[in-house]
Design a protein. Structure first.
Length: 745
C-alpha cells in the first residue's frame, strides 16, 4: 500500500493528464439496477430530459445507464448528473457521474407525484390535496417550516406521514449543505454519499463537530478527513485530530512492515521533525491522552510497550492460536511412505535428496509444517510428490492449493496438476460484503490438505484469514524465507520458523535438479553470502557499467534487442531497487515506453496511458477483482475508460478502469524488486548501481535474481553487487508473533 507521500506524488503527476470531458445531463430515475448502501455506488436506468444538449450525440433513445455514488436513490426522482460518458465492452455505453443534484419538481403534477412516493399511505390523490392546500411552492414551504402540514385541511395526514415528508425534504437539504461544505479538489460527491449513507440527517452536525470520525468509513482515510476538518475550521491541536493521527500513524506503519509501534515511536512520528503534527501545538501529554482515549474506545490495543490497531492485534493473536492448535494435533504415521516416495522417484526418473524426503514425510505426517528453499532446491518436485501421495491415501479428502498472487497460484497448479487459486479466490472474497465466505466459524470443507505457496509474501492479516479457515486441514506452508518479506505488516513465515514450534525443512541447492541453471546457482551463492563470478555464462549475462546513466542506456539497448527478436512486453521485465534516479523505475518506465510503445497520432489516451501499455496494479481493488502486483496490457481506450487484459496472471480476465481508477495503476515496463514478489518472468534485466546505494542489500538482490526464469541480465557496477551481498542487515519489523506462538505472551 502506498504511503501518503507516494500518493501525493502520484496525484501531482496525474494532475497533468488531459482532463476527461465533463458534461451535465438531466434525467429521471426509472429504476435502480444496483445499489450498495455501504458506499453509495449505484447503477441507474435514466430517462433523459429532451432539452439536455450535452446528451444529444450519445443517445439512440432517451434511456441511458448511469453509474456513480449517491447518498440515496429513489425511482421517479429528477436529477442533474455531472460526469463523463464511457463505452464499456462489457456493459455498453454508460454515463459515469461524479455529482448528482436532486431537483425538486416545480409543477403541481410533479410535486404531487414526489409526495406520493415519500411516505406510506399517501397516494396521488392525497398528495394533490396537499399541493392544493399549500400552493405552488408547497415543497419549499414544507422544507422551511414542516408545521405547515398541520393545516386544518390536511387532517387526513397522520403524525408519521407528516414526519416522513419533512424528514425526506430535510435530508435533501442536508445533503446539499454537506456538499457545499466539503466538496472541493479531491473531495467529490462520492464522499458525500458515503457520509450521508452512514449518518443521514446528522451528517452536517457530525462533520462540523468531529470530521475525523469519518475515518471509520470504508475508503476514507486521515488525509481526506483532515482536509475536510481544515475546511470546517477544526483546530490543528484538536484532541479529535490527535486521536485520528495516532490511528493513521499505526496504520501507515503497517505499510512499513510493523504490526505495532512503541509509544516513543508514535511520538517521534507525530511531533518530531517532519512529523504528521509538527508545528501544530501538540505535545507529549496530549498524545498520551489521545492514545488512552483510542484504547478506551476500542480503536487501539496496548499490550506492554506495544500499541496495535485493533485489527492487527487480533490478527497476530489469531495466527499464533491457529498455529498452536495445529501443532498440538497428533502425528499421523503413514505405513509404507518410504516405498511410495521411491515409486515416485521411478515414475519421474528423479532421486530425492535426504532433506527432500524429510520434507515430504513431514508434510504428510504432521498437521502443520514449513518447507523453505530457493530456486534449484526442488520445491516444485516435492509439492507434486506430496499432492500425489496424499491423494493416493485420502481419495475422498479435499486438496486446496493456493498462493497470494495469481501468477504464483498458476505455477503451483502447473507443478502439481491440481488447480491452484489465489488465497482470496480460495476463501471466496465478496467485495460487496467486504469479507471472506470461508473464515473462522465457517472453515473450508475438510478433512483435507492445504498447501500455501509463496508464503513469504503473506502478511499477518492474510495469514490470519487463511489459517482461520483451515480448521480441519493439514497445512503446508511453502516459501523462500530469504526473499524480501511481505509488503504488508509482519514477517509471518520468518517468525513461524523462528518460533521453533513448527517442523521446518530447509531445502539445499541441488545443481543437478536445478538443470545447470546459473540463475539458481548464483541465487544460492548470494544467499550464502558469496559474490558470484560476474561473467556471461549459461542463462546469466553481465553488463558492466560505471554509473546510473550508463546503466539506463544499456537497459534501453538490451530491451531494444529483445523486442526486435519478437518478445512481447510480458516476456521481459526490468527490475530496479528503487524508483528515483536516472536508473530508477520512474525514468526507465518513461524511456522504455517511448521506445516500445510510442505515442501514435490520433490514437486516444486516458490520463497517462495508451493502448498497448504494460501496467501493474499497485493497490488491491476488490470490487474490480484486481490485486497488488497484477500485470496486464491496456487493450482498448474508450471515452473515459480503458480495458486492461490480465489473462497472464493465470485467471483469464479483462477489467475496465474508469478515469477515477487510474491511481491504482502504474506503468510496468520497469518495476521495483519489491513489487515483483510472487512473479516470475522469462527474462529479467536488473540494474545495480551506486545511486541505488540506500536500497542495496542481500535479500533484495536475491529476490531480484530469483524472479528470472530463463535469462537474467545484471546491469551493474561490481562494487554495487559486492555491497549488496555483504549487506545482510534485515530491518526489524515490530511483531510479537514468535512470542505468541511460543505462549510467552
Amino acid at each position: 500500500m502506498a504511503t501518503s507521500a507516494t500518493k501525493a506524488r502520484r496525484k501531482k503527476k496525474t494532475s497533468n493528464n488531459p482532463p476527461v470531458e465533463q458534461v451535465t445531463v438531466r434525467g429521471v430515475v426509472n429504476r435502480h439496477i444496483f445499489y450498495n448502501a455501504e458506499n453509495g455506488y449505484v447503477v441507474l436506468s435514466l430517462t433523459i430530459i429532451n432539452d439536455t444538449p450535452s446528451a444529444e450525440n450519445y443517445l439512440d433513445d432517451n434511456i441511458i445507464t448511469a453509474v456513480g455514488n449517491m447518498a440515496t436513490v429513489r425511482e421517479g426522482d429528477e436529477y442533474n448528473f455531472t460526469g463523463h460518458w464511457t463505452n464499456s465492452p462489457k456493459y455498453g455505453r454508460q454515463f459515469k457521474f461524479s455529482q448528482s443534484e436532486l431537483l425538486l419538481p416545480s409543477s403541481s403534477k410533479g410535486m404531487a407525484r414526489y409526495l406520493s412516493r415519500v411516505t406510506f399511505g399517501v397516494g396521488l390523490a392525497k398528495a394533490e390535496r396537499i399541493i392544493e392546500a399549500l400552493g405552488d411552492d408547497a415543497l419549499e414551504k414544507i422544507k422551511q417550516n414542516p408545521s405547515v402540514l398541520d393545516h386544518p385541511s390536511l387532517s387526513f395526514l397522520t403524525a408519521q406521514q407528516k414526519e416522513d415528508i419533512a424528514a425526506d425534504l430535510a435530508q435533501n437539504s442536508v445533503q446539499a449543505e454537506l456538499a457545499g461544505m466539503i466538496v472541493r479538489d479531491g473531495i467529490g460527491m462520492g464522499t458525500v454519499a458515503k457520509i450521508m449513507a452512514e449518518y443521514g440527517e446528522n451528517a452536517v452536525r457530525i462533520v462540523k463537530e468531529n470530521p475525523y470520525i469519518l475515518t471509520s468509513l470504508y475508503g476514507m482515510g486521515f488525509v481526506t478527513a483532515d482536509a475536510i476538518a481544515q475546511g470546517v475550521g477544526i483546530a490543528p491541536n484538536s484532541p479529535f485530530r490527535v486521536e485520528a493521527a495516532i490511528a493513521y500513524t499505526l496504520k501507515e506503519s503497517g505499510n512499513e512492515g510493523h504490526v505495532y509501534l512503541k509509544p516513543s515511536d508514535i511520538v517521534a512520528r507525530l511531533i518530531h521533525r517532519k512529523g504528521l503534527l509538527e508545528a501544530s501545538g501538540v505535545d507529549i501529554p496530549m498524545i498520551a491522552q489521545a492514545n488512552k482515549k483510542n484504547i478506551d474506545d476500542g480503536k487501539c490495543v496496548r499490550e506492554g510497550d506495544a500499541i496495535y490497531t485493533k485489527a492487527l492485534y487480533y490478527a497476530e493473536k489469531n495466527v499464533a492460536a491457529a498455529i498452536r492448535r495445529l501443532t498440538e494435533k497428533e502425528k499421523c504415521k503413514i505405513v509404507g511412505l518410504d516405498e511410495m516416495i521411491s515409486l515416485l522417484e521411478q515414475k519421474y526418473s528423479i532421486e530425492y535428496a535426504p532433506e527432500q524426503r524429510k520434507a515430504i514425510t513431514a508434510a504428510l505426517e504432521h498437521s502443520i509444517s514449513v518447507i523453505t528453499g530457493g530456486p534449484g532446491t526442488g520445491k516444485s518436485e516435492i509439492t507434486r510428490a506430496i499432492v500425489e501421495i496424499y491423494r493416493q491415501n485420502n481419495i475422498k479428502n479435499e486438496i486446496y492449493l493456493c498462493a497470494p498472487t495469481g501468477r504464483a497460484a498458476k505455477r503451483l497448479g502447473e507443478a502439481t496438476g491440481h488447480e491452484g487459486k489465489t488465497i482470496h479466490r480460495l476463501l471466496g472474497y465478496h467485495p460487496e460484503a467486504g469479507g471472506f465466505e470461508y473464515r473462522e466459524g465457517n472453515p473450508l470443507p475438510g478433512p483435507g490438505l492445504l498447501i500455501a505457496d509463496e508464503f513469504s509474501m503473506a502478511d499477518i492479516e492474510l495469514a490470519d484469514s487463511l489459517l482461520s479457515a483451515a480448521d480441519n486441514l493439514q497445512v503446508i506452508l511453502v516459501g523462500d524465507v530469504d526473499q524480501l518479506p511481505s509488503v504488508g505488516p509482519g514477517s509471518v513465515l520468518r517468525d513461524i520458523i523462528a518460533s521453533g514450534r513448527v517442523l521446518t525443512t530447509r531445502l539445499m541447492f541441488n545443481y543437478r535438479q536445478a538443470g545447470g541453471s546459473k540463475i539458481a546457482e548464483f541465487a544460492n551463492m548470494v544467499c550464502q553470502g558469496g559474490v558470484p563470478v560476474l561473467r556471461n555464462e549459461g542463462d546469466f549475462e553481465f553488463v558492466m557499467v560505471e554509473d546510473g546513466d550508463q546503466g539506463a542506456q544499456a537497459i534501453l539497448a538490451l530491451v531494444n534487442g529483445i523486442v526486435s527478436e519478437g518478445y512481447g512486453p510480458l516476456d521481459w521485465q526490468v527490475l530496479a531497487p528503487m524508483r528515483r534516479g536516472t536508473c530508477g523505475v520512474t525514468k526507465l518506465n518513461e524511456a522504455l515506453r517511448e521506445m516500445v510503445n510510442p505515442k501514435r497520432e490520433g490514437e486516444p489516451t486516458l490520463g497517462w496511458y495508451r493502448a498497448g501499455d504494460k501496467v501493474m496494479v499497485i493497490k488491491n481493488h476488490y470490487a474490480l477483482g484486481v490485486f497488488n502486483g497484477d500485470l496486464g496490457i491496456v487493450k482498448e481506450i474508450g471515452r473515459g475508460s480503458m480495458t486492461v487484459d490480465f489473462s497472464s496472471k493465470g485467471e483469464s480476465d479483462t477489467v475496465i478502469f474508469s478515469g477515477e481508477d487510474l491511481d491504482i495503476l502504474t506503468l510496468a515496463y520497469a518495476s521495483t524488486i519489491h513489487k515483483s514478489q510472487g512473479s516470475e518472468f522469462p527474462i529479467v534485466i536488473m540494474p545495480l548501481v551506486q545511486s541505488h546505494y540506500v536500497m542495496l542489500q542481500r535479500n533484495l538482490l536475491y529476490t531480484g535474481i530469483t524472479r528470472a526464469k530463463k535469462w537474467l541480465v545484471l546491469v551493474a557496477e561490481e562494487r554495487s553487487v559486492k555491497h549488496a551481498v555483504k549487506n545482510d542487515v534485515i530491518k526489524t519489523r515490530f511483531s510479537m508473533l514468535v512470542e505468541r506462538i511460543r505462549g510467552e505472551v
